[in-house]
Design a protein around this ligand. Structure first.
Ligand code: SF4
Length: 449
């Protein structure tokens, strides 16, 4: 593939496929009553993964793509935690399935709840569910608002992995992206985590940021590696001001173009690979002993709203405003607005705003897309045969796949496709060939790289 073709491909807008069907296709047909039924019929032996969303931050970063709000006050956080505990108790009472395999805290800024509230939430979870078989308990941390007392509380309640938002470590980029976080803060946070026995440490780094050059990406990557994280995610900044109004604070003219974004992603990948990290999926890197590297090598890695994961629980239950879950019958999403979410919880209803009931077609296409995003290769004829007893079910994708094959993005042998080395960054384009909703999709997406 030449550079010009790569540039044309990189600028095509496609979903990130952290779910299929993607969230814009959720509808209000899935409501609290529907999900109450879905939860009640979960097999008592089903394993659970729990996600807790804390939608508050101290300040708003200009590049942020998350569902969160800035608050300097403690009161909204305290009120939120009270409602979250009510929601946990209510959902726990609806389900006979109790065994939790993984716990993940995201946001927003989970550490904003502080040590005492963290302990109260953990107490509620342990009363509503069985936490004795949890093997991964991960918390997303903002090093600017994480003190040692919070890390001690995490450790005391079994947290064994932390994800730190690092993004970029150059002063001028930090100013342009609206998040000033000196390296010393990250270093101190990592020191506290290790001192409390939390050694599985993820860093989130970003490229494509305002005022960021290829050399800046290299500087950040090398400096981050001095702290020896076990996993690194290298995300491309998605400039979507039509969806995230605060991104208008970023001057689009200061963003690197498509060619530079590709160079930045390649530079970061080269530095991580040279340091012994395995490239995983679209944008992750992990040391060989990390469970994600092991799952990737074994072909058992999964992809969900949290990105690439090792979690294969039967159901993902989301708590908190805007959180998304997945039950065997479909996707569910809580009300995004804290007020609506709270009112539903106070009326002892599930605070569900929307969702999607899986069809057999959704299951099958979702399986093809997930394997492709995780393994860069998929035998879609075998998946079609498994779901429908015929291997030509997805042949409507062949024309689009053959265009990508002509551009050397992928190779096709019958119904087996494999991304080429150069084509891997464009895997979302191959996934889009199987997306039955895309033609009708009016939503705008971020660029492919
Ligand atoms: S990037 Fe993280 S810390 Fe910054 S506003 Fe978004 S969620 Fe909050």
């Amino acid at each position: 593939m030449n550079r010009t073709s790569a540039l044309i491909l990189a600028e095509r807008a496609v979903p990130r496929y952290t779910s299929y069907p993607t969230a814009p296709h959720f509808t209000s047909a899935v409501n609290g009553a529907v999900v109450t039924q879905w939860m009640a019929e979960l097999d008592p032996n089903a394993s659970l993964s729990l996600y807790l969303h804390i939608p508050y931050c101290r300040d708003m970063c200009a590049y942020c793509g998350c569902a969160t709000k800035a608050t300097k006050r403690d009161e909204p956080v305290e009120n939120y935690v009270k409602t979250l505990i009510q929601e946990i108790r209510h959902a726990g009472a609806l389900m006979r399935a109790k065994s939790v395999r993984s716990l993940h805290w995201g946001g927003g800024t989970p550490s904003l709840v502080g040590a005492d509230r963290f302990a109260r939430i953990m107490q509620a979870l342990s009363e509503a569910f069985d936490l004795s078989a949890v093997d991964e308990h991960a918390v997303e941390l903002d090093p600017r608002v994480t003190d040692e007392a919070f890390i001690a509380a995490m450790a005391a309640h079994g947290a064994n992995r932390a994800s730190l938002g690092v993004q970029d470590l150059n002063d001028h980029v930090q100013v342009a992206m609206g998040r000033v976080q000196p390296f010393s803060l990250v270093e101190r946070c990592v020191g506290h985590l290790r001192a409390h026995g939390i050694n599985a440490i993820n860093f989130d780094l970003m490229y494509g940021l305002p005022q960021q050059s290829v050399a800046d990406v290299a500087t950040s990557a090398r400096l981050a590696l001095t702290l020896k994280p076990s996993r690194i995610a290298s995300f491309g900044y998605a400039h979507v001001p039509w969806m995230r109004a605060h991104q208008k604070m970023i001057d689009a003219a200061t963003l690197p173009g498509a060619a530079e974004r590709i160079e930045q992603a390649e530079m970061a990948a080269r530095i991580f690979s040279d340091a012994g990290y395995r490239a995983i999926g679209l944008d992750h890197f992990a040391l060989p002993h990390d469970p994600l590297a092991i799952a990737s090598a074994a072909g058992t890695m999964r992809r969900n709203f949290q990105g690439y994961v090792t979690d294969d629980a039967d159901a993902l239950i989301g708590f908190g405003a805007t959180s998304i879950g997945r039950l065997p019958r479909g996707y569910v999403q809580n009300a995004p607005d804290v007020g609506h979410w709270r009112r539903a919880v106070e009326q002892t209803d599930l605070p569900i705003a929307r969702g999607l009931v899986f069809s057999a077609d959704d299951h099958a296409r979702g399986t093809v897309i997930e394997r492709l995003m995780c393994d860069f290769s998929v035998d879609f004829g075998a998946i079609a045969a498994h779901f429908f007893g015929r291997d030509d079910y997805f042949d409507d994708a062949l024309a689009a796949l053959d265009v990508l094959a002509e551009q050397h993005v992928l190779e096709r042998q019958g119904r087996l496709i494999t991304m080429t080395e150069a084509g891997r960054p464009f895997v979302r384009l191959a996934a889009a060939a199987f997306d039955a909703y895309l033609d009708h999709n009016k939503a705008r997406h971020s660029v492919a790289v």
